[in-house]
Design a protein around this ligand. Structure first.
Ligand SMILES: N[C@@H](CCC(=O)N[C@@H](CS)C(=O)NCC(=O)O)C(=O)O
Length: 206
């Protein structure tokens, strides 16, 4: 039995998309952020961090969207997504994942969320939000350079790093951050994937 907790955020979208992409069965517990559901004792016993997404199967329990997606792609891909096949390729994939998660998600988009949507909790700050948006744009240019002549981050094909990037592009679009042309082309290419579209409907039912 494979179970995923979480709905409604770019982070919860990632493991849902990966399961859909890999054709894996899973039970989805549609608990949302800021609903109090992550604070319930039953969920806290599963994930002390009280955060979504959370994942469990008979072998492992995992929080952290990147760790969950890496576990799924690296263990259950049967060719549907590209998986690194050498220490150098693992390192290259890690490099992209750390960059996208560290700079674009946490330092950029999530800072915009904290001081925009979640301003009542973390402090409203249009200045901080605007600075974070331009930080995201700066790093989008770096990624766009990589994607100028290629449609996947890894030369071996679509994989974990692309799932992370696409989820950040969805998020950036929702927040009104413009995509450079190469990134817009990349986005338009991968958002037609049937698994992506199924995952969008599951994660954002409204
Ligand atoms: N680093 C974590 C971040 C998880 C996270 O911050 N989740 C938020 C929603 S995006 C959450 O669960 N917040 C607490 C709550 O909603 O109660 C990951 O990538 O999975």
């Amino acid at each position: 039995m494979r179970e995923i907790w979480g709905i409604g955020t770019p982070r919860s979208f990632r493991p849902i998309w990966v399961c859909e992409e890999l054709g894996l069965d899973y039970q989805h517990h549609a608990i949302g952020p800021r609903t109090g559901e992550t604070q319930q004792p039953e969920f806290t016993a599963l994930n002390r961090k009280q955060k979504i997404p959370f994942y469990r199967d008979e072998r492992v329990s995992l929080s952290e969207s990147v760790a969950i997606c890496r576990y799924l792609t690296h263990n259950f891909s049967d060719g549907q997504v590209s998986v690194p096949d050498s220490p150098e390729a693992f390192a290259k994939e890690d490099e992209w994942c750390a960059y996208i998660y560290g700079e674009i998600d946490e330092t950029g988009l999530y800072v915009m969320r904290r001081h925009g949507d979640l301003g009542s909790i973390y402090g409203e700050s249009p200045e901080v939000s605007a600075a974070a948006a331009s930080y995201v744009s700066r790093h989008f240019e770096v990624v766009a350079d990589r994607l100028a002549d290629d449609n996947t981050l890894m030369t071996s094909g679509f994989g974990l790093a692309d799932v992370l990037l696409m989820s950040c592009l969805d998020w950036a679009i929702a927040y009104g951050v413009a995509l450079p042309p190469a990134l817009q082309g990349y986005y338009d290419c991968h958002n037609t994937r049937p698994a992506y579209q199924r995952a969008m409907k599951i994660n954002y039912p409204d």
